[in-house]
Design a protein around this ligand. Structure first.
Ligand SMILES: O=P(O)(O)OC[C@H]1O[C@](O)(CO)[C@@H](O)[C@@H]1O
Length: 529
């Protein structure tokens, strides 16, 4: 990619216009700076992008080979170069007649066979033909997993609550005993099914929670009941079997599915148990529609690409450090946490694909909460703080409660009002001369709007963001599909455990030693060795 194009973007950003003036100068700005795809509207008019800066960003995307890289992902090339893997979460929602080759083998028939297997299992749990050890139906299902093996199913299950007509779902992720204990306290072992979800089946949090859950169940119902009350989702089928899970209760997936991209695979089993096979297939179909849009729409009208270009404009052009994810949709209350992993684990990288230090800032800090709750918490800083934080709003035209339609009108009014406040601000004279009541305005926002948060739309929204992350990574020339940054902490925790347990002397700095001493109450700080 030529340096000139980055320079163009940075030069244009240095003289970025006031967003308000862009609206004054162009009555058609909304029409020209918004796009539709797969039934979703993206309005990016309340940013400082102009025809010229958008053209420069599109040039950057073309020079970065976004289209070629995209096609390489969809066709199963080894694009995760540090782990020598294809990246094919899109194959999990591909049509049955597609052919996607990995090492010369079409993976689509395997995907559909596994999908049919876990959806059949989900329906059997819902219908009671897969039953507890006493032959009665399960009323509660606990998913034990963490990261991608938790956030996707937990977020989607919450989002699709109006479609939830199966057993109650619970999610345990944290190794903190509080999480498991508080969940199990409410449950009857005789009515509870556990799903142990782990791509690697080695993650210490998940294995620890699964072991304790197994113990809880065996203590109440006897060792023989364990088989009926556990199933597993993993790429490591042998390890699931070693845990004692029967082969017909193990649902696999593949190393070309990243953890944070895995909700479409058998990791989605809890979602399928909650909402049923038909709704789960609609969820996949929604994602497939967004995949088609991303694959075929011209870059100028391509939603994930536009979202990525706005992201790069804000991050690299204007130097904004964060992005706020603000769904005006209570059921998307875990959406920001989900996107946090998707975005920050993918694009929190400091070297290029070739291992050289990156020349540009990469992934921003991602955080958020649903509106209107966030308005009464951290929006103060967004409106009047010293940092500019681009805000990314999500809103449905319709809620699921027609009898409470007035609430939804109020929700929409609040969402629009926040964007207007960010844009327009309030001048000193409008604030009656009181500087504390001044809003600078000219603060960017964009909005993703959709008809209703149904299963297909949920699929589209996730796929939209996945492809946005992909496109940003392509522009920055980083590998979005590894996560080496989580390894060091895991290794050190393993090394520190015997120190915490008092079996080994502290092999650490004096702060760690002092903290071990305080936390384990052993008096004098162990000396670093
Ligand atoms: O599914 P697993 O193998 O238990 O991993 C859980 C999570 O841990 C991570 O590797 C990060 O620690 C994530 O990428 C992954 O989603």
């Amino acid at each position: 990619m030529s340096q000139t194009d980055w320079t163009d973007v940075k030069n244009l950003a240095a003289s970025a216009p006031d967003i308000r003036s862009l609206f004054t100068a162009d009555a058609d700005r909304f029409t020209r700076f918004s796009a539709h795809g797969a039934g979703i509207l993206l309005d990016y008019s309340k940013t400082s992008l102009t025809d010229e800066s958008l053209a420069a960003l599109l040039r950057l995307a073309r020079e970065a080979g976004v289209e070629t890289k995209r096609d390489a992902m969809f066709t199963g090339e080894i694009i995760n170069i540090t782990e020598q893997r294809a990246v094919l979460h899109t194959a999990l929602r591909a049509p049955a007649n597609a052919s996607i080759l990995v090492a010369g083998r079409n993976v689509v028939p395997d995907v559909w066979e596994t999908l049919d297997r876990f959806l059949t299992f989900a329906e059997a749990v819902r219908g009671g033909s897969i039953a507890a050890s006493d032959g009665k139906a399960f009323t509660d299902v606990v998913n034990i997993g963490i990261g991608g093996s938790d956030l996707g199913p937990a977020m989607v299950t919450g989002a699709l609550a109006p479609y939830h007509d199966g057993p109650h779902l619970h999610f345990v992720s944290n190794v903190d005993s509080a999480h498991l204990a508080d969940t199990l306290r409410e449950l009857d072992p005789a009515r509870t099914l556990f799903i142990v979800a782990s791509k690697t089946f080695t993650t210490v949090e998940t294995m620890t929670n699964a072991g304790s859950a197994r113990h809880w169940l065996a203590k109440a119902l006897g060792e023989d009941a364990v088989g009926a009350h556990f199933c597993a989702v993993s790429t490591a089928l042998d390890k699931c079997a070693a845990f004692g899970i029967a082969p017909d209760r193990i649902f696999g997936f593949w190393d070309w599915v990243g953890g944070r991209y895995s909700v479409w695979s058998s990791v989605g089993l809890p979602v399928a148990i909650a909402i049923g096979a038909t709704n789960f297939r609609a969820f996949l179909a929604g994602a497939r529609e967004m995949d088609e849009h991303f694959r075929t729409a011209p870059l100028e009208q391509n939603l994930p690409v536009l979202l990525a270009l706005v992201g790069v404009w804000h991050r690299d052009g204007l130097g904004y450090p964060a992005r706020a994810i603000l769904p005006y949709d209570q059921r998307l209350s875990r959406f920001a946490a989900y996107l946090q992993q998707l975005d920050m684990e993918s694009n929190g990288k400091r070297v290029t694909r070739e291992g050289e230090p990156v020349a540009h800032a990469t992934g921003p800090l991602v955080f958020g909460e649903p509106g209107t709750n966030g308005q009464h918490a951290f929006y103060q800083l967004i409106h009047q703080g010293t940092d500019v934080i681009p805000c990314e709003f999500y809103i449905a035209a319709q809620g699921h409660e027609p009898e409470l339609a007035a609430h939804h009108d109020l929700l929409i009014a609040n969402c629009l009002a926040q964007m207007q406040a960010l844009l327009l601000g309030r001048t000193l004279s409008e604030a009656g001369g009181n500087p504390h009541r001044v809003f600078p305005g000219n603060r960017p926002s964009l909005v993703t709007a959709y008809e209703k948060l149904d299963p297909a739309t949920m699929g589209k929204l996730i796929a939209l963001y996945e492809h946005r992350v992909f496109t940003e990574a392509a522009l920055w020339n980083i590998n979005a599909f590894d996560q080496w940054g989580v390894e060091l902490g895991k290794e050190l925790a393993t090394r520190l455990l015997p120190v915490v347990e008092g079996k080994q002397k502290a092999a650490a700095d004096s702060s760690t030693a002092g903290l071990v001493s305080f936390l384990r109450g052993s008096g004098a700080a162990p000396q670093p060795v």
